[in-house]
Design a protein around this ligand. Structure first.
Ligand SMILES: [Fe+2]
Length: 305
């Protein structure tokens, strides 16, 4: 078994995250197939907004997943870059959920998605300024102080740049994760989509971010539209994205790599080759994964009962 932190306190540092291996996003239509696939999946990522403050079927679904897999949480509505106060109600519900779901870490996106308390279903790009860096860093500190769990920030697909940008994309992300001392959830499909749409070299971007902070990696599919690529999570992973994943895995030690598929959900069997491909690339890193056989989630993460 991989070396695990000795106390809950140690989990505050991203360096102590357990090495989980190959993951998949938990999606209701694929629930039964997913739960039967512990031979090819090591862990699952859930969207907390689907379960917070809820009971019944939703919670039972997550409880079933938790009985078989280690979990991580990936939120969509933290709105970390907004100037609205972080919702205390949201944090209360998040903490109540984490109390029993016990995710190994939690994450959300480097974006804003609310203005004056009004939320929208989009991950809006932030102006890449030093003031934004200071603002987001202070919000992540606030979040980590409150939730006391490892937090990762994810690079988004960004279709427009704001006219206020002072920093290159890589410098913006690097400054935030370094100053906030948090982990990075690196979405290599987002890197590729942005590189094609904005005409930059994805490897130059990757060479200029702190790969030592990558705790989790997302791979996903996109679609080509007349005006560019769109990060739909609704297609097989494209070859150049696999190439980026391989490049990153040769230079970093993430704790988990997972497949995101949210639209045009196929039969589970169609996802298996992609999960196997991730496994193949993961195995090339030589990293052992946590063997949770016989361990409860609390025991594995050394969380006091
Ligand atoms: Fe992602």
């Amino acid at each position: 078994m991989s070396k695990l932190p000795e106390s809950n306190e140690a989990l505050v540092g991203f360096q102590q995250c357990p090495v989980l291996g190959v993951g998949l996003g938990l999606r209701r239509p694929l629930l039964e197939s997913t739960l039967a696939a512990s031979d090819i999946i090591d862990w699952l990522e859930f969207t907390p907004e689907n379960y917070m403050g809820r009971g019944g079927k939703s919670v039972r679904m997550l409880q079933r997943a938790q009985a078989q897999f280690l979990l991580v949480s990936h939120g969509v509505s933290l709105s970390v870059g907004s100037v609205d106060p972080i919702s205390e109600l949201y944090l209360d519900d998040l903490q109540a959920l984490f109390e029993w779901a016990q995710p190994a870490w939690f994450s959300d996106h480097l974006c804003f998605s609310s203005v004056d308390g009004l939320y929208f279903n989009d991950l809006m790009p932030l102006p890449r300024t030093r003031e934004t860096v200071r603002h987001v860093v202070s919000r992540i500190h606030q979040l980590q102080d409150r939730v006391q769990r490892v937090f990762l920030i994810e690079n988004i697909s960004q279709y427009i740049n704001t006219p206020f940008d002072e920093l290159a994309d890589a410098d913006f992300i690097s400054d935030i994760v370094t100053q906030a001392d948090c982990g990075l959830l690196l979405d290599v499909n987002n890197v590729y989509v942005n590189a094609v749409n904005h005409g930059f070299d994805p490897l130059t971007f990757l060479e200029n971010i702190p790969l030592e902070r990558v705790v989790q990696i997302h791979v996903a599919g996109h679609h080509q539209f007349p005006d560019g690529l769109v990060d739909t999570h609704g297609a097989p992973v494209a070859d150049p994205v696999w190439d980026l994943l391989e490049w990153v895995l040769q230079r970093s030690r993430p704790c988990g790599v997972m497949l995101e598929r949210d639209t045009h959900l196929p039969a589970f069997a169609e996802l298996v080759p992609e999960l196997q491909k991730i496994r193949q690339l993961w195995n090339q890193t030589g990293q052992p994964v946590v063997n949770r056989a016989g361990c409860s989630q609390r025991e594995l993460l050394h969380v006091p009962a």
